[in-house]
Design a protein around this ligand. Structure first.
Ligand code: R5P
Length: 314
């Protein structure tokens, strides 16, 4: 008999979990997630999971430590309740920044987090976008990374921007921009080279590409302080671009970034819902959100039925 599938949500992104379950045509399963008076995470799984195929949805976004610990503790509860298989669905995979030592006496936090997830009981990890090629190798369990480029590409196509040119706000994102350009039918490319002196100080070095009189679309994986996008947009406008739009997968916004982006020279910013956006946007906001719920639902369904996942993202 086929195992039943159940989806539980941590407290970091309940709306995405709810929408994902809705796409799958099942209710979100019940759990109690709270804190003890001293701040420790308290969890109780309120449905039977014995012998079941369990998916736990939790973005490891801010507050990162709390959300990570919650995911670990939820997995521990589900494992002790005899679930047959546990998949950690991690729409935003935090702690991916330190995946190697760049100086003495530094940790490799991503490896530690991979170990913690495995020890807590994960049989499989499902992050949106590859958190980093090295990180996949830190796991000895399957990691099926999802991709949002198709979804973002469809939304950008809907804008029907004529004569658009697509590019990256840094050298590290050129392959991503090439892939995005292919999805848009082969737009020309640009790259803005930048130097990041401190986490919130970005200096543009130079821009390569023919953007004069054209609509420029920047594609990135993460928006955090917004400095990379704003710096790139300024370089593109100085280079003669008619207008600049941006798309990114994860809105890992620091405080005040919504205000900063709204008042920037960017014409629009498209992100996904892997991280909930603070509810402080004006009605005519430049920031638009598209949901990844359908992608998560289709992937979960395929994993549950032992079908190919990569076929979804070719
Ligand atoms: C880094 O290189 C990433 O691809 C992003 O460009 C970066 O994380 C964005 O951060 P911020 O919004 O703080 O510039």
């Amino acid at each position: 008999m086929a195992r039943t599938l159940k989806i539980f949500s941590g407290s970091s992104n309940p709306e995405l979990a709810r929408l994902t379950a809705e796409h799958l045509g099942i209710p979100l399963s019940r759990s109690y997630v709270a804190s003890f008076p001293n701040g420790e995470t308290r969890v109780r799984i309120e449905e039977n999971v014995r012998g079941l195929d369990v998916f736990l949805v939790q973005s490891v976004c801010a507050p990162v430590d709390k959300n990570l610990v919650q995911l670990l503790i939820m997995m521990d509860a589900v494992r002790r309740a005899s679930a047959d298989r546990i998949t950690a669905v991690i729409p935003y995979f935090g702690y991916a920044r330190q995946e190697k030592k760049t100086a003495g006496r530094e940790p490799i936090s991503a490896k530690l987090v991979a170990n913690l997830l495995a020890v807590a009981g994960a049989d499989r990890i499902l992050p949106m976008t590859r958190p980093g090629p090295a990180i996949e190798g830190f796991f000895d369990i399957p990691v099926d990374h999802l991709r949002a480029a198709g979804l973002l590409g469809e939304r950008v196509k809907d804008l029907a921007l004529d004569n658009a040119v697509v590019g990256s706000p840094d050298a590290g994102g050129v392959a991503r921009a090439e892939d995005f350009s292919r999805r848009l039918g082969g737009s020309d490319l640009f790259v803005v080279f930048k130097r990041r002196d401190t986490p919130d100080n970005v200096t543009p070095l130079h821009m390569v590409g023919d953007v004069k009189g054209r609509v420029a679309i920047i594609i990135d994986d993460i928006i955090s302080t917004g400095k990379s996008l704003i710096t790139a947009a300024d370089s593109l406008l100085e280079g003669g671009a008619k207008e600049v739009h941006a798309c990114a997968v994860h809105a890992d916004f620091t405080e005040d970034v919504v205000k900063v982006l709204e008042s920037s020279r960017l014409k629009s910013i498209l992100v996904t819902d892997t991280i909930p956006i603070p509810n402080q946007r004006p009605l005519d906001s430049k920031i638009h959100v598209c949901s990844t719920a359908r992608i998560f639902a289709e992937t979960i369904d395929r994993i549950h039925r032992h079908e190919s996942v990569s076929a979804l993202f070719s």
